[in-house]
Design a protein around this ligand. Structure first.
Ligand code: HEC
Length: 182
């Protein structure tokens, strides 16, 4: 390599480093103190979705939900969901709760196509292991059967009836964390 080509590479490298630094700074400025009140931009949401899809261990997408959507299974899963999940996800799964709205990332609409197009195994994996750098906790102590039943319920949410939603209410936690105390 001649001195001139080496110089060209050095300049290209310096420009690349500068671009990364400027890009990082622009992103940090747009992060607004990392407030959870903001909405992720479309670009950030897409990158997060891609990162999660890539991080899924191989074989996870092949697992099929063994729990059939019988009325009894749906009822049990609805009680479980109302008690442990609805505080963020809402009884109907749309994520429109006080706590859910003020998280970053926000809970997705579980009834919507993004979630419904995910495999049974991917949903099971998210519930069992939680989702890092988000409000979604892991549930290591629930049995496989209980978690599959939650997946069965999530598949049922788009057809959930008003009566099914009303039956969940008594199982919702009573404490409203977001009311000011004074
Ligand atoms: C403290 C709030 C909170 C609780 C409680 C919670 N979640 Fe979540 N959940 C989230 C958030 C936030 C996300 C989105 C994470 C992300 O986008 O990276 C999420 C994501 C998910 C996803 C992934 C959806 C998808 O499209 O990939 C599933 C499935 C899920 N939750 C099910 C549950 C179930 C079932 C429970 C109860 C056992 C539960 N969650 C309890 C906050 C919560």
């Amino acid at each position: 390599m001649t001195i001139r080509t080496e110089l060209k590479w050095l300049i290209a490298l310096a420009v690349a480093i500068l671009l990364v630094l400027v890009g990082g700074l622009v992103w940090l400025r747009s992060a607004r103190g990392f407030s959870a009140l903001a909405r992720p931009t479309a670009m950030e949401a897409m990158m997060a979705r891609m990162a999660r899809a890539l991080a899924l261990p191989s074989g996870v997408n092949q697992a099929r939900d063994p729990v059939p959507p019988t009325p009894m299974n749906l009822e049990m899963a609805s009680e479980h969901f109302a008690a442990h999940c609805a505080i963020c996800h809402n009884n109907n799964g749309d994520g429109q709760t006080d706590l859910g709205r003020d998280l970053y990332p926000k809970p997705p609409n579980l009834r919507g196509s993004n979630t419904q197009h995910k495999s049974d195994g991917a949903l099971f994996y998210s519930i069992r292991n939680g989702i890092r750098m988000s409000g979604m906790p892991a549930w290591p102590d629930d049995s496989d059967q209980e978690i599959w039943a939650l997946v069965t319920l999530i598949r049922h949410l788009p057809q959930q009836t008003a009566a099914e939603r009303a039956a969940m209410k008594p199982y919702n936690p009573k404490t409203i964390f977001k009311e000011p105390i004074m």
